[in-house]
Design a protein around this ligand. Structure first.
Ligand code: UD1
Length: 423
């Protein structure tokens, strides 16, 4: 088991390049199952979640070649595909449920384990299944598996009760090869949805309106080979922005789309952090003359404040001047990091879906545990700003979604080391 040891208190400085988006590449990899022709995906980050998706696609019979140095994955699902995924592989990451729509559309049937809950909530898939059923799939659930069957899917009008990212992706992927038109209303509008639609359209799909709350998909007979570059990761970018803020540093980010970061930029500015677009990239300078100032946050679907940045902002607001209220509306149990931040001296009270933070000026190093991916990132940020040493256990959660976080932070002057517990 590996852990991070962080000696806090050093302002970060320099330039960091942001990698490709985890949440964009995973559905795009699943979407490659829709064609027997070769799909080249560029800008792929080196993450354990991507490796898990690679294993799943290979287990279904697709050929996956990952050039990690170049950040390029080539997928060819040209042989006969096995329409069944194993529990061992699928339980490694929830995004694996995104193979359901493509497999169903391509092979006419799919058997996949129900994804369980996880640390941040129960995370049901009812909206995914409702959408696939509306496209004509027969769906059964038994012994922990979902079975879906359809000789050919038929376009339909579907209204999502909640703009779920995963359900929007699964339904759009299934609709691409359906007969006729699908209209998906109240769809998610996240940039990762737009990236998926761009990938599919470049392979011959006819998807319009991605990035708005109504997506229209005109079914096509087949998709063809394509070559696509993944968008930059807005959550990795946001995490480095908070790292600059929490250490009072001066960091420039390259390979970012500022438009995707609007809520994060707005909230950092509100907290008295300077953010500016320069010729070199997006520059973030921590609050001058002391801590940031308190700011209230409410997580919402895009373009609202991202739930995936909530924990990292708490690391900043825990030391900000004044009282902040952070409200989590997307997931029901996403305050696992609070107990760990309190071990570091934070003053946080949880009342149902809100957390009230009284800024304490400075946190203290302590021994803490990453409970999930973004909670883990938040602890790294808290440790960077804290006095003394922090030991963060269970960092495999962090490696799921951050490529070489320790090395990138070291290049900005952070004192962070990865050590093996057994060593
Ligand atoms: C994706 C992201 C995740 C991010 C989340 C919200 C990926 C791989 N993951 O997750 O990082 O935090 O969007 O921005 O892209 N829900 C239902 N029924 C469903 C589906 C969802 O009730 O069928 C609920 C969920 O339990 C949750 C909310 O809807 O409370 C949002 O979930 P969703 O947008 O689907 O998130 P994911 O696609 O799982």
């Amino acid at each position: 088991m590996e852990k991070f040891i962080v000696n806090g208190g050093r302002p970060l400085a320099g330039t960091v390049r942001i990698g490709g988006s985890k949440n964009a590449v995973l559905p795009v990899m699943a979407a490659a199952l829709l064609t027997g022709e070769k799909c080249v995906i560029r800008g792929v980050p080196r993450l354990s979640d991507v490796a898990a998706m690679e294993d799943i696609l290979e287990s279904l019979g697709a050929s996956v070649k990952w050039d990690k140095r170049a950040g390029v994955i080539t997928i060819a699902a040209d042989g006969r595909l096995l329409p069944e995924a194993s529990y061992e592989l699928v339980s490694r990451l929830r995004a694996s449920f995104q193979i359901t729509g493509p497999l169903l559309a391509r092979t006419g049937s799919v058997k996949i384990p129900m994804p369980g809950g996880c640390a941040i909530g129960t995370r049901p898939v009812d909206l995914h299944l409702k959408g696939l059923a509306a496209l004509g799939a027969e769906i059964e659930q038994e012994h922990g598996f979902v079975r879906a069957k359809a000789r050919r899917l038929e376009g339909a009008k579907i209204y999502l009760d909640f703009p779920s990212v995963g359900a929007t992706e699964n339904i759009v992927m299934a609709a691409v090869l359906a007969r006729g038109q699908t209209v998906l209303e109240n769809s998610a509008v996240e940039p990762e949805i737009v990236d998926l639609a761009n990938f599919l359209n470049s392979a011959g799909a006819d998807i319009r309106g991605a990035g708005t709350d109504t997506i229209k998909v005109n079914g096509v007979k087949e998709l063809r080979a394509t070559d696509h570059t993944i968008i930059p990761d807005r959550i990795e970018a946001g995490t480095f922005m908070v790292a600059a803020a929490v250490t009072g540093g001066d960091v420039t980010l390259t390979n970012v789309v500022c438009d995707h970061l609007k809520p994060v930029i707005a909230k950092l500015k509100e907290a008295n952090v300077s953010v500016s677009e320069t010729a070199k990239g997006l520059r973030v300078c921590g609050a001058k003359g002391g801590a940031a100032v308190a700011s209230d946050i409410k997580t919402l679907p895009y373009p609202g404040f991202p739930t995936d940045m909530q924990a990292q902002f708490m690391a900043l607001l825990a030391t900000a001047r004044g009282t902040s209220i952070v409200t989590e509306t997307v997931f029901e149990n996403r305050f696992m990091h609070v107990g760990e931040l309190k071990r570091m001296g934070a003053d946080i009270k949880i009342d149902s879906r809100s957390a009230v933070l009284e800024g304490v000026g400075r946190l203290m190093g302590a021994q803490v545990r990453a409970t999930d991916l973004r909670a883990g990132a938040a602890l790294v940020l808290a440790a960077l700003g804290a006095s003394g040493a922090t030991e963060i256990d269970d960092i495999y959660h962090i490696d799921r979604g951050y490529c070489q976080l320790d090395q990138k932070l070291q290049s900005l002057g952070a004192d962070i080391r990865r050590v093996n517990d057994g060593a």
